[in-house]
Design a protein around this ligand. Structure first.
Ligand SMILES: [Zn+2]
Length: 198
């Protein structure tokens, strides 16, 4: 049986200097590169939004970044404009071993729905195709690393559990945004769902 390493959103906009920088985000890269070299199957996710994406506060008059709004699929946090398709911010960090990626899954292309998870958009029903890929590759366990721990990594790990994979998150190879208790909440949800935090 195969183990997949899923490297979540190690992109310029989530690293220091980026539009939605995660503190010390770039510091995980040496460890992630080591893990990449040991992995059977390496999958990268890439946040990849159109400029008119509905998760950007700039597209909602009178709203600020990090406010919550109600979308047709439920509450949605608004973000600064980030990871715009084709922009430098959307590119992977120059130090990550991108050449070792077997597959790159892009997410967040639908302007009407945000997508934290590498498996489903935030409506929880529109799939990215990653589940089928992992099943076809005989993957039984998935290990997550990347940015940001409390959003895209956590949502991806929680979706992976639903599909009966053995799921782990390597905490030293992740960094969090930690906005309004989001890190504690994500850790609790992952623990309760059976995600191994290592
Ligand atoms: Zn995004």
């Amino acid at each position: 049986m195969t183990e997949a390493l899923i490297v979540v959103d190690v992109q310029n906009d989530f690293c220091p200097g980026g539009a939605l920088a995660v503190n010390d985000g770039h510091l995980i890269i040496p460890l992630v590169n080591t893990m990449i070299s040991d992995a059977d199957l390496v999958i990268f996710s890439q946040d990849w939004h159109p400029l008119d994406h509905s998760s950007f506060s700039a597209n909602h008059i009178g709203k600020n970044a990090f406010e919550q709004i109600d979308m047709h699929y439920g509450p949605q946090t608004l973000w600064p404009t980030h990871c715009v398709q084709g922009s430098r911010g959307a590119e992977f960090h120059a130090d990550i071993n991108l050449n070792a990626a077997d597959v790159i899954i892009r997410k967040g292309m639908n302007k009407d729905i945000d997508s934290y998870s590498a498996f489903y958009e935030n409506d929880q029903t529109t799939p990215t195709g990653l589940t089928g890929l992992l099943k076809e590759k005989n993957v039984s366990s998935v290990k997550f690393v990347g940015l940001a721990l409390d959003f895209c990594v956590a949502f991806s790990a929680l979706d992976a559990v639903k599909h009966d994979f053995d799921v782990s998150v390597v905490m030293d190879a992740c960094k969090a945004i930690d906005n309004q208790g989001s890190l504690d909440s994500a850790i609790t949800r992952m623990r309760n769902a059976g995600v191994q935090l290592i």
